[in-house]
Design a binder for this molecule. Structure first.
Ligand SMILES: O=C(CO)COP(=O)(O)O
Length: 236
């Protein structure tokens, strides 16, 4: 069964998030869809959502703390309020725009691992690395596993090439198969692809060898589109 995840990034309000999650939940229940579905709203839109057992709401980010003096951050005290037990770690926007280092990411990973969170851990190379070929790309990706326990039982990986994120340029099937195949040889965890996944290519991508699902930004933000994505992948 495909794993389908929507990363809202800095989009949606509390009201529209709530409507989105209710609509998706109703669709899953009414159509007995058994795909594993994740939605990552902004932290201001987290809440106690009533969802079916294969539908999870997670945090896009949180600090490696219960609480304390970390201005602008949230910790497990805030996540616990809504029983959130799923977190995205290592997203390229946090690495490259917010400047999170591998060391900080590994610390965060270990903190949330100790607490048993489901972790969707993102890896992926920027364009200048991709242009140096597959070997260099894999070298770069493997460095993103430094300090990360890849045997952690509640781990899902997401390969998101930076040059494909939000650009409309999806990686080719060949690119995806090559990188996924190489990662899968080393790590036997579910591996999602992310980076300009669209309503009309999600089925093909999720059917590729070594692809266990998709982590989707832009194309997932309109609820009708996300439901179409779920429809297109329901039997994969
Ligand atoms: O970063 C992504 C999901 O985490 C992918 O974003 P896009 O689907 O907008 O390319």
């Amino acid at each position: 069964m495909a794993i389908i995840a929507s990363n809202f990034k800095t989009n949606h309000t509390r009201k529209s998030t709530n409507e989105f999650i209710q609509t998706v939940n109703n669709y899953l229940v009414e159509n007995k869809i058994s795909s594993e579905v994740y939605v990552f709203p902004t932290s201001t839109s987290l809440d106690t959502f009533q969802t079916v057992s294969n539908f999870f709401v997670g945090a896009q980010n949180a600090y490696a703390t219960k609480n304390g003096s970390f201005t602008g951050e949230i910790g497990t005290e805030q996540l616990d309020e809504f029983n959130i037990k799923t977190i995205l770690i290592g997203h390229s926007e946090r690495r490259h725009i917010l400047g999170e280092t591998q060391e900080e990411i590994a610390k965060k990973f270990n903190f949330y691992k100790e607490l048993g969170y489901k972790i969707i851990y993102c890896i992926g190379e920027p364009l200048e690395v991709k242009q140096q070929g597959l070997e260099k790309t894999l070298e770069y990706i493997y460095e993103q596993f430094i300090g990360i326990d890849t045997n952690y039982e509640n781990l899902i990986l997401a390969y998101e090439p930076v040059w494909a994120i939000g650009t409309g340029v999806t990686a080719t099937n060949e690119d995806i198969i090559n990188v996924h195949g190489a990662i899968k040889e080393k790590i036997s965890k579910p591996l999602l692809y992310g980076g300009s996944v669209k309503v009309n290519n999600v089925r093909e991508i999720c059917s590729l060898n070594g692809v266990d699902g998709a982590l989707i930004g832009t194309a997932s933000w309109i609820k009708e589109d996300f439901i179409q994505i779920l429809k297109n992948t329901k039997d994969i």
